[in-house]
Design a protein around this ligand. Structure first.
Ligand code: SF4
Ligand code: SF4
Ligand code: FES
Length: 249
């Protein structure tokens, strides 16, 4: 077992059935890597957005099974962590074009009819590692309130922990993804500034610019990138605007 010197306090945790001495005050990923674990799966962005590092865990003080993104959650002495196994979920293929007379709501319920079988046990909400009210958005999908469902499920990292625990065999994240897609495709007003930006991509000016970029060597591209106009790292929200504001919404 590898250890690094320092002032860390060492605690013992179990990961995938094996005991490890790890430094306290670190995330599960960081602590386990310090102890020599090399993650080849159950790891991705390391920033709490991809959901790949989802794990279930228990602590000695609390018998309740919990879930966490291992790149975000701190280790606790005596905890047992088990990375979430991969198992395929019901994931439908579909076209965002709707057949004549079909509404987005009916389409999503046809794709994921099991949503109607929710028994409101709350297990999904309880287990979600990012604190989403999963049962709440399942209800919104059932009621056809896609605006609310899209907002409520927006921060979902698609980890599937909720689906793993659902007694009604609902794939909540996939149903929510479909609801967000159909909501975006059919129910939200088109963003005019995006349309303007798309049109601009096809102008002769823009094409000339692309041709110029393609002729540049790596050094010129690097310089151009470093000189680019960008938002300062530290600026209060709403205080910075680019020079060309014509494509802003
Ligand atoms: S809603 Fe489900 S899939 Fe999405 S983050 Fe929460 S537990 Fe993971
Ligand atoms: S776990 Fe399944 S059945 Fe229970 S509330 Fe969530 S969606 Fe409904
Ligand atoms: S590695 Fe992506 S959420 Fe943890």
């Amino acid at each position: 077992m590898m250890m690094t010197p320092g002032n860390d306090q060492w605690i013992t945790i179990h990961y995938d059935g094996e005991p490890y001495k790890v430094p306290s005050g670190r995330t599960m990923v960081s602590a386990l890597e310090t102890a020599g674990v090399r993650f080849v799966r159950s790891i991705g962005c390391r920033g709490g957005v991809c959901g790949a590092c989802t794990a279930f865990y228990r602590t000695p003080e609390d018998a309740q099974l919990k879930s966490a993104l291992m790149c975000q959650e701190e280790v606790v002495d005596g905890m047992s962590i088990m990375p979430m196994p991969f198992f395929p979920q019901n994931q439908m293929s579909y076209d965002l074009e709707l057949p004549k007379g079909m509404t987005p709501q009916r389409q999503v319920m046809q794709l994921y009819p099991e949503v109607g079988g929710c028994i409101m046990c709350q297990e999904c909400t309880r287990i979600c590692p990012v604190g989403i009210d999963v049962m709440g958005y399942v209800g919104m999908i059932k009621r056809g309130d896609f605006k609310a469902a899209a907002e409520a499920s927006f921060t979902c990292v698609q980890c599937q922990a909720c689906a793993a625990r659902c007694p009604a065999r609902i794939s909540q994240p996939n149903a929510a993804l479909a609801a967000r897609r159909f909501y975006g495709a059919h129910m939200v007003n088109r963003a005019e500034h995006l349309q303007k930006a798309r049109e601009k991509v096809n102008t002769e000016d823009m094409k000339r610019g692309f041709r110029r970029l393609k002729r540049m060597d790596a050094e010129e591209l690097k310089n151009l990138y470093q000189r680019r106009e960008s938002e300062p790292a530290q600026s209060a929200p709403g205080t910075w605007l680019p020079e060309d504001t014509t494509l802003l919404g």
